[in-house]
Ligand binder design. Sequence first.
Ligand code: ADP
Ligand code: MG
Ligand code: ZN
Length: 454
Amino acid sequence: MVVIGLEIHVQLKTKSKLFCKCSATYRDVEQNSNICPICTSQPGSKPMAITRRALENLLKIGLALNCKIKIDERIYIQRKHYFYPDLPSNYQRTSLPIAYDGMVSNIRIRELHIEEDPGRYELRKGLVDYNRSGVPLVEIVTDPDLRSPEEARMFLEELQAITGYLDATREEPGSMRIDANISLEGGNRVEVKNINSYKGVYTALKYEIIRQGNLVQKGLKVEQETRHFDEAQGITLGSRKKESVADYRYIPDPDLPPILVTESLVTGIRNTIPELPRDKARRLVKQFRIKEEDAWILVSEKEVADLFEELAKEIDPQACASWLRGPLKKQLNYRNLLLKDSGLSKQHIKELIQMYVKNEITDKIADELLISLFKESKSPRKMAEELGLKTISNVNEIEEIVKKIIKESPKAVEDYSNGEEKALHFLSGKVMKETKGRASPEIVRDLLKKLVGK
Ligand code: ADP
Ligand code: MG
Ligand code: ZN
């Protein structure tokens, strides 16, 4: 049996860092520009009480993951000691659990606590950038309830959808790091550290199953160890030196008051939690009678689900769902974009779907118009008119072209007469090419069937 447990670190969305007023922006700014004596641990500096928004965002996530919250208890912030150039104080501040005993799709959530991110040490250049030092993180720890890399990936996708709905975390490259723990058949647990994408988690776990399985097959023992993920090669690597259990010498930070969460704070936050992806998917299926698998894909981003609901009032819901999850998602994924960051206007997408659903443009032209919307924000209806992209559904007009193609392609015509279905695709492809993708595919197919036999 495969046993997997995850420790997920995500940066919380805040304006300022966790223990000072410096801006939490650390990407695309000059090195060491957002720093102060506190987040660089100058002698005599003292941390401020934790940034309230960071705690609120952590509580939001905890509640959305169905956790219990530690209310009216002192939650100490501890110092976790280790030595590395990115950690100017030589300890990382990390709280005791704030939320605990949660559950998401049958995976138990053990606890959530808050931490500060260290700076960034660039080994090759030998430079340290403290802009990230003190950026707030939540660590989400699951119980070892996951049973396969696929399940881990699905869990992470749902978690990402949830945090996106809550608008509680940063969604940018590097904002998330995951430690994946995995053991086989009751053997020792291996912890793969610092993976920074869901795909990476999946790849690392797949690799570990094979590596550990091979050891077991040879009658060797799997060592309990920490390994590192090499993203470029898709493998995990052991540390050269055998690691002893790290002695972090945890102590409560004497400079910081413990965190205290009140009942009224929790109630206030509970009221801000929107309908979450799982519930939304169920409702969309029920309300609009769309396919369940389409609903799941639509709800992965709130903006997409909201757009669907808006459009489904006017346009056939299943046609909308199919187009949003198909062509639209494909173009977004290809560009590694969310709808909300894509710059696409709702109005333009609406026009495009309307034209497509009413057969005013073919699916090929709809794709082309969508692609051009990423480059230029312009009404697709206008574009279609100006460029003459509207579907040709005049049978006589298409018939002329079909006849021409039939005359030009005696070989394909003969093959089709001999029962080769593929030849029909070839012929209709030629007609489409001739019309620049504008001929109604249904009419082309009917005409070909009718005329080729003759
Ligand atoms: P530690 O105290 O060493 O961090 P924990 O018991 O707190 O260990 O667990 C850390 C992570 O390892 C959790 O996500 C947990 O689900 C996972 N884990 C615990 N036991 C196993 C196991 N046998 N196989 C895989 N993962 C495990
Ligand atoms: Mg741990
Ligand atoms: Zn600072």
